[in-house]
Design a protein around this ligand. Structure first.
Ligand code: 9MR
Length: 472
């Protein structure tokens, strides 16, 4: 089932496709040869492309062959979690985690550590603990595991899924939360002390839409941590999507706003249920959102083939059950090769990245001019397709009375510039203002609408253009 937003998106794509194709030809002079694998394509803009690995599958040569060819960042899907690494209190077992680490290292890949402190997948002894005993046990776990892997982990998910779903914006209730609200910062401090060179991430799901209470709650925690000097270097967005939880159109805003706090952002567990073009488009949207944000340092998918997924029936990955590349693979590869904001040249650096150029501005859903006098019209802006370097917008003109013609003014925000238009006749009084008049007769009767569209090169500024109209 498609939502009205998805249908609009499809229409916009259709309207703009010719223009987009023309632009693609003009802009597709690659700075370097296109990558033929996901890791090579991502490396073109300084990013990594990773996958979760299940150690038990590594002796399946189709699986390990694809994993080795396509990915350069590895997450242990389950093997570094607390139930695996500390099955009995203070008796650590790193064999399964080490197997994955060794496979990654011997194939020249880096490793994301997942996850040190989490309400789920706790060993039985930990599930039964509470209070200060649990707090101490948790900190000991963080310290021992981070120490064992010291110097070998690019980034740790120090704390996983600590916020509640829904509209409360509250912490998730758990035995860890009940040890005191400061359990998260205590875990980060312990991790920093144990492995000062690993990036330390907070990781969660349903934090993709900027307007969601959970997103805002995590944002406020990270902002607070940064202001108080609690060690945090990155935020992981799990990105498990399906039709109930689709990729939000404001994803780049979310990623950019977090990055503006002075942390890296990473897509850490990407999978999108679905198939065919729809699935491919959604994957493309996630890649483009990451590429639009300088401090989005990489993307990890949560498994190799559909059949390897924790939700295999949703066919949410980039390779089918037989290891064939799906349409989603091609769209991800192409989006990566189209490039984006270049991320830090040294992705292992923990210093703030001064090259960040993304300063997304939360925007209203429409920009309108109230009707004044007769004849009158209203102009409404709506977002269209987004790419790493440009976006499409549509302006809908609504006649409030019968009108014989209309004129619309579109003002873009520096360094934005309009590079293409359709369904209207533009003139350019200055570099940031476009005056759009109808093609032919602009007569509309009261209540009728007509739309025109344009493409903006955004130069890192995602602020919506201002739109107004006058009628005669
Ligand atoms: O993919 C993991 C699956 O094999 C496990 O059974 C499951 C147990 O909780 O965890 C899955 O991975 C989760 C990840 O660790 C945290 N985010 C959600 C992932 C999917 O459930």
């Amino acid at each position: 089932m498609t939502t009205p937003r998805q249908r609009n998106r499809a229409r916009l794509l259709g309207a703009g496709s010719l223009v987009a194709a023309t632009i693609a030809v003009a802009l597709a002079v690659p700075a370097q040869a296109a990558g033929s694998t996901l890791q090579a394509a991502a490396a073109g803009s300084g990013r990594y492309f990773g996958t979760a690995i299940a150690g038990s599958r590594l002796n399946d040569s189709t699986y390990s062959g694809i994993a080795n060819r396509e990915f350069n960042m590895i997450t242990a899907e389950n093997e570094m979690k607390a139930d695996a690494t500390e099955p009995n209190q203070n008796q650590f077992n790193f064999s399964a985690g080490d197997q994955i680490l060794n496979w990654a290292q011997s194939n020249g890949k880096r490793v994301r550590g997942h996850a040190l402190a989490w309400y789920s997948q706790q060993p039985g002894w930990m599930q039964n603990m509470s209070g200060s005993a649990l707090r101490s046990a948790m900190l000991n776990h963080v310290t021992q595991v981070a120490t064992h892997y010291k110097g070998k982990i690019y980034a740790w998910d120090v704390v996983n899924e600590a916020f509640a779903d829904g509209s409360s914006g509250a912490r998730r209730d758990s035995n860890l939360q009940r040890t005191g609200n400061d359990w998260i910062e205590a875990a980060f401090k312990a991790a920093r002390a144990a492995d000062p060179n690993a990036k330390l991430c907070y990781n969660d799901y349903n934090t993709d839409n900027w307007n969601d209470a959970k997103t805002q709650a995590v944002y406020n925690m990270v902002k607070d941590f940064k202001s108080r000097g609690v060690p945090i270097d990155c935020v992981g967005f799990q990105a498990h999507f399906n039709s109930q939880s689709p990729v939000p159109s404001n994803y780049h805003t979310t990623l950019g706003n977090f990055a503006a706090l002075g942390v890296d952002v990473q897509i850490t567990e990407l999978d999108i249920e679905g198939s065919g073009t729809n699935q491919a488009n959604q994957f493309q949207g996630v890649v483009q959102a990451c590429l639009a944000v300088a401090r989005c340092t990489g993307i990890t998918v949560w498994g190799v083939r559909d059949s390897d997924s924790w939700r295999a029936s949703g066919t949410p990955l980039l390779f089918d059950n037989y290891g064939n590349k799906k349409a989603a693979y091609t769209s991800v590869l192409n989006a990566l090769n189209a490039g984006g904001t270049t991320t830090s040249p040294d992705p292992t650096s923990t210093s703030p990245n001064p090259t960040s150029t993304s300063t997304p501005t939360p925007t209203p859903t429409t920009t309108t001019t109230p009707p004044s006098g007769n004849p009158s019209c209203t102009a409404t802006y709506s977002e269209g397709e987004k790419w790493s370097d440009r976006f499409n917008g549509t302006v809908t003109i609504r006649a409030n009375t019968n009108i014989s013609s209309w004129t619309s003014y579109v003002t873009v925000n520096y360094p934005q510039r309009i590079i293409a238009t359709w369904n209207g006749s533009p003139t350019w009084p200055s570099s940031n203002v476009m005056i759009m008049k109808p093609n032919g007769n602009g007569a509309l009767s009261a209540g009728q609408t007509v739309s025109f569209g344009f493409t903006v090169m955004h130069g890192g500024n995602w602020t919506w253009p201002g739109v107004t109209c006058t009628a005669s």
